[in-house]
Design a protein around this ligand. Structure first.
Ligand code: ADP
Length: 480
């Protein structure tokens, strides 16, 4: 087996704030089937080491960005983890990126530079058990300095950088260059580290990795354009072949309505009728009235990216037409407040739970008739994939992975039996969402047509087989 070191700031089941964690956790098993042994290097955030029955120290450093560090190897849920145990950086209150006050940890650049540095050292020297990667695969700005450190040290291990979201660029003030163990030269204007006078770890990774990928073909094309590239479109476009789009898969064992222990009643394509028991249970759980129209659910970070600030103004017509809405999410205070206000305005028809709840998210996909994902941009998006698998019709914006994975219920697609959801036509605004919800109401009223759509979605294959084969091909092409 060839070996690949994955470098990620979050990975299920240890730490998750978004889709990156799902992808990082799914890749090792998916790639094993392709002849690649992947180990995942993640920070040992507070309490994580205690979740392993056995951990073996395989690497150490006396001073990793201000304190001693070790790498501890252990398996959890079949995933071969390498925990970067550096208490001065990771053993602290708060989440992976934010302190208890909700602000970024002030030393985030150093924390994830340390993760990247350890990865590059492991790539150069290997671990104490003799394991040395043939390829280093870094994720997002947190891992993006790993290809840069390999490059600056002349270490000949090929690297892949996957961009899960270009909005997060790992920016740091230029004064931190030395603290991040980066060369002055790279920070000249237009240099590989320089982003409008600041340091961008993501830019460095994009410029210096052997290959750059992102998580859907459509987002790959979007990234080379100013509307989506967020200032890095030029760096992407300058790469031969720009970014390669490899669609994320989902864990079809964890997300299987036929065998999901977290939902009220399991069901499948041929027993779709049983989904209604989950709908009833979900309505009760949210204190919603038994609505005649579609029950639309939202499971999302509540940030501007996700477009849910557009929801309140689209609600009155949808509610009047018999719809109901259940929201699970957390994020920006203004969006949380607006959704809570909508719940007060439409008691029994709109309900909101602020928080993060994995089990409840399963019950929402199982109970919902539709899932709303009106994102302004969406690199891949996992929620619409879970929605499809659970027979909840996705209502999505025409962007990124949403556009790549949902087939709009236009007349031709409906007639051909291939429609799986509703794509909101651009420009994305309150009107587009209102009209999309009106289409949802109309489709839902035609019971047979709606069930045909649900079944078409459930039959789609979003497992990892195809995508992991694409990663394996990419790795093989990079080997010396
Ligand atoms: P992003 O990574 O931008 O947040 P994705 O759709 O790629 O968006 O992945 C989001 C993941 O997080 C999905 O697995 C989704 O179900 C989950 N998720 C988001 N918010 C919540 C929440 N409040 N409770 C439970 N799961 C959530």
């Amino acid at each position: 087996m060839r070996r690949v070191l994955s470098v990620a700031s979050e990975c299920v089941p240890l730490a998750k704030t978004g889709g990156l964690a799902d992808v990082a956790g799914a890749l090792p098993a998916a790639l094993a089937g392709q002849g690649w042994e992947m180990r995942v290097l993640v920070p040992a955030y507070r309490g994580l080491a205690g979740r392993f029955a056995r951990l073996e120290p395989l690497w150490s450093a006396k001073d990793l960005f201000g304190g001693p560090a070790r790498v501890l190897a252990g398996r959890l849920e079949g995933i071969p983890f390498l925990l970067l145990d550096a208490p001065h950086l990771f053993d602290r209150a708060g989440g992976p990126y934010l302190g208890p006050d909700g602000e970024d940890h002030p030393d985030n650049p150093e924390r994830f530079a340390a993760l990247s540095w350890a990865a590059a050292e492991i790539a150069r020297d290997g671990l104490a058990d003799g394991w040395r990667p043939d390829i280093l695969h870094a994720h997002d700005w947190q891992g993006a300095l790993a290809p840069a450190y390999l490059h600056f040290a002349g270490i000949a291990v090929p690297s892949v950088l996957t961009i899960h979201n270009i909005a997060f660029q790992g920016l740091a003030p230029p004064g931190r260059l030395a603290a991040l163990r980066l060369p002055e030269a790279g920070h000249a204007a237009g240099g590989v580290l320089e982003y409008y006078g600041r340091i961008s770890t993501l830019k460095a990774g994009i410029a210096l990795a052997s290959a750059v990928t992102t998580v859907s073909p459509r987002y790959a094309a979007e990234l080379a354009r100013p509307e989506y590239g967020m200032g890095l479109e030029g760096v992407i476009a300058a790469r031969p072949g720009a970014a390669l789009g490899i669609l994320n898969g989902i864990d079809t064992a964890a997300w299987n309505p036929g065998a999901d222990r977290m939902i009220a009643v399991p069901y499948g394509v041929r027993s779709l009728g049983r989904k209604s028991a989950n709908r009833t249970a979900l309505l009760a759980e949210f204190g919603l009235a038994p609505v005649e129209g579609p029950l639309a659910v939202v499971v999302s970070r509540l940030t501007a990216q996700k477009g849910l600030d557009l929801l309140p103004e689209a609600l009155p017509g949808f509610i009047a037409a018999g719809g109901g809405v259940a929201v699970l999410g957390a994020g920006e205070g203004g969006i949380e407040a607006a959704l809570n206000a909508a719940a007060r305005r439409f008691p029994g028809r709109v309900a909101v739970k602020i928080g993060y709840d994995e089990a409840l998210s399963h019950r929402m996909f199982a109970g919902g008739d539709a899932v709303l994902v009106p994102s302004r941009f969406e690199p891949c998006g996992l929620t619409q994939l879970y929605a499809l698998r659970y027979g909840a019709v996705p209502v999505v914006a025409a962007t990124g992975g949403l556009a790549d994975t949902v087939i709009d219920a236009n007349p031709a697609a409906l007639a051909g039996g291939v429609a799986t959801g509703i794509i909101l036509p651009p420009p994305l605004d309150g009107l587009a969402l209102r009209q999309g919800l009106a289409r949802l109401v109309a489709l839902h009223a035609d019971r047979r047509a709606f069930q045909a759509m649900q079944r078409a979605g459930m039959r789609q294959d979003f497992g990892w087989a195809r995508s992991s084969a694409a990663y394996a091909r990419l790795y093989e092409g990079l080997l010396p």
